[in-house]
Design a protein around this ligand. Structure first.
Ligand SMILES: CC(C)(COP(=O)(O)OP(=O)(O)OC[C@H]1O[C@@H](n2cnc3c(N)ncnc32)[C@H](O)[C@@H]1OP(=O)(O)O)[C@@H](O)C(=O)NCCC(=O)NCCSC(=O)c1ccc(O)cc1
Length: 139
């Protein structure tokens, strides 16, 4: 398990579909923003710094699973509660719980890997072992 960090979202009219409810890709966008926010709040440098200092380009997604329980609409404030629920050798699993106060609207898990550019071919990326110092900061 890990720390839990909270990312705040204010739902805009433009986030919604013609029926006035949040269009589903926006939940993925907010979960991705919440992932970066999670690491930064845990004390990890943002990717633009980490790529310069350690060659880590970020944490690309390998797998996602999302469950939608209740809709949201514009004018509402949501909170994305993000944690790491599993650490593997090269991958980790995020959990994102999108809440409106005490109400759970949507829950997602993502498998991600820390990646760097392949030194033999800079157009390719490759997964690296989960950095122990980053894991410690997030635990
Ligand atoms: C990530 C990869 C470079 C890893 O490839 P390799 O370096 O050859 O690694 P491996 O195949 O050995 O796999 C490494 C680990 O990943 C695991 N793996 C690989 N694929 C999967 C899937 N699909 N599910 C779960 N686990 C997986 C594998 O089991 C290994 O796990 P360990 O047992 O812990 O070692 C390659 O799988 C890839 O390029 N995948 C596509 C990534 C992609 O395009 N994602 C979508 C867009 S990226 C994105 O949105 C983004 C968000 C945020 C960011 O900061 C950056 C990018």
């Amino acid at each position: 398990m890990s720390q839990t960090q909270i990312y705040e979202v204010e739902v805009m009219f433009g986030d919604c579909d013609p029926a006035g409810i949040v269009f589903f890709p926006n939940f993925s966008k907010w979960m991705d923003a919440s992932s970066l926010n999670f690491f930064v709040k845990c004390g990890v440098q943002p990717w633009r710094e980490l790529v310069k200092t350690r060659g880590i380009i970020g944490t690309p997604l390998l797998e996602i699973h999302t469950k939608f329980m209740k809709p949201a609409t514009y004018g509402e404030r949501l909170q994305v509660h993000t944690s790491v629920i599993e650490w593997g050798a090269k991958v980790f699993k995020h959990q994102h719980r999108v809440m409106r106060g005490d109400t759970l609207l949507c829950e997602g898990t993502e498998v991600r890997a820390f990646c760097e550019r392949d030194p033999a071919d800079a157009s390719r990326i490759r997964a690296i072992p989960v950095p122990e110092d980053i894991k410690a900061l997030c635990s």
